[in-house]
Design a protein around this ligand. Sequence first.
Ligand code: ZN
Length: 89
Amino acid sequence: MDLLALLGWSLFGALIGVSAAQRRGFSTTAGVLGGLLLGPLAFLMYFVSGVTKDDQRRKCPFCAEQVKADAIVCKHCHRELPPTVSRAS
Ligand SMILES: [Zn+2]
């Protein structure tokens, strides 16, 4: 693989990393770094993680932290969460 192709892949990976970061609630910087390091692998991971139901998150109504969509009790404030409302956040 030549340098230009490698650079293209890295940029592509960084873009995917940013969108994955926003979707999954971790920092954009981590997404960019991860994307740059992983390149095309980030792309694959994005799709693999995208189909995992376990990774869906919602906001706790009490402390506003991100919790898993299937959670019954908030891991941050330990309050009982209302049943999942099927609504895209
Ligand atoms: Zn909470």
